[in-house]
Design a protein around this ligand. Structure first.
Ligand code: CAA
Ligand code: NAD
Length: 297
């Protein structure tokens, strides 16, 4: 059953059926945690290969979660994994209470998708984007249901990171906001709220830090390995800025910064670093392709 709803009004409208569009790193992670916390989840992607890869990655990650939760009982762990997987299917938005979009970080593609979804999904369905850096208001531009639109920004890996940023636009209704927060709790995340401002809370602070790291490396002030070592051992971060970029995906990192460079052309902080362009043009997208700044096997 879905847990942790805080009041009965919200509970009556509780989100039980979730559709996640885009089944890459983030969509796969969001679908996984939704299934683990008792929601029925439908995963959608334009690429069939991605869907089967997502299934594989989800089972592996679920086994890690199950081991942590039920370390001493193999039987309970197996049941958790098979029950969770049984709640996860692919295709269709017709039954969704909530649609979470986690497709490529591109405003035109997201706007086009939400226009189509607005026509296909039932009246009551809430739409949310997991965008890292784009304006929710702009993403919602072509959708009529602006009172049922918001941002739900998760962190990678979704199965481990406890935070969820909940974003409302001026038109988002209180009921929609309450439902999104209640769903965040049901997903066992800690929610924080932020206005629809670039990068919300985390990326507004994380991006400038990463940009300074790329430039420090480009100037030859220090090697990327030493910068990573310094930030891990000097500040206790679990990953240095280059490891984290590889983990997030260098393509996604580039899309984010190109978007901001276009939006704020006079801001030197958001000038696109050449090293990012170079690695992405070589197909080195980070952990997901086996190589970025570092090599992975
Ligand atoms: N699924 C399930 N469990 C996982 C997992 C996954 N994909 N990855 C790690 N874990 C679990 C492991 O099972 C392990 O559990 P135990 O402690 O019970 O053993 C625990 O997490 C630690 O894993 P590891 O020992 O393998 O590795 P680690 O200690 O190096 O941790 C990490 C890995 C959690 C990713 C850690 O390095 C970390 O927190 N890195 C920073 C991640 C971060 O900053 N994410 C935010 C990126 S920004 C973003 O997402 C926003 C955006 O818009 C771009
Ligand atoms: P990804 O490249 O791993 O996955 C994106 C998926 O979307 C791909 O599988 C692609 O085939 C699919 N897709 C593209 N267009 C589509 C469409 N029209 N319909 C359905 N599927 C489509 O990227 P990701 O890292 O999962 O990022 C997805 C979103 O989440 C982006 O908005 C990104 O900014 C955001 N985000 C990423 C991270 C991260 O650390 N990677 C963290 C938080 C938020």
């Amino acid at each position: 059953a879905v847990r942790n709803f805080s009041n009965s009004a919200v509970m009556a409208n509780a989100i039980k059926n979730v559709t996640v569009i885009g089944s890459g790193l983030m969509g796969g992670g969001i679908a996984q945690v939704a299934a683990q916390t008792g929601h029925n989840v439908v995963m959608v992607d334009v690429d069939d290969g991605v869907l089967s890869k997502a299934h594989e990655r989800i089972s592996t990650s679920m086994k890690r979660v199950a081991k942590k939760k039920f370390g001493d009982s193999q039987e309970e762990a197996n049941k958790f994994v098979s029950d969770s997987l049984s709640r996860l299917t692919t295709t269709s938005v017709k039954n969704a209470d909530l649609v979470v979009e986690a497709i490529v970080e591109n405003i035109d593609i997201k706007q086009k998708l939400f226009k189509q979804l607005d026509e296909a999904a039932p009246e009551h369905t809430i739409f949310a984007s997991n965008t890292s850096s784009l304006s929710i208001q702009k993403i919602a531009q072509n959708a009529k249901r602006k009172d049922r639109f918001g941002g739900l920004h998760f962190f990678n890996p979704v199965a481990v990171m406890k935070l969820l940023e909940v974003i409302r636009i001026p038109e988002t209704s209180q009921a929609t906001t309450d439902s999104m927060i209640a769903w965040g709790k049901a997903m066992e995340k800690v929610t924080v709220q932020c206005k629809d401002t670039p990068g919300f809370i985390v990326n507004r602070l994380l991006l400038p830090y990463k940009m300074e790291a790329y430039r420090m490396y480009e100037r030859g002030d220090a090697s990327y390995r030493d910068i990573d070592t310094a930030m891990k051992l000097g500040t206790g971060y679990p990953m240095g800025p280059f490891e984290l970029s590889d983990y997030v995906g260098l393509d996604t990192s580039l899309f984010i910064i190109e978007g901001w460079a276009k939006e704020y052309p006079d801001e030197p902080l958001y000038k696109v670093p050449e090293i990012l362009r170079k690695l992405v043009s070589e197909g080195k997208l980070g952990v997901k392709t086996g190589e970025g700044f570092y090599k992975y096997n």
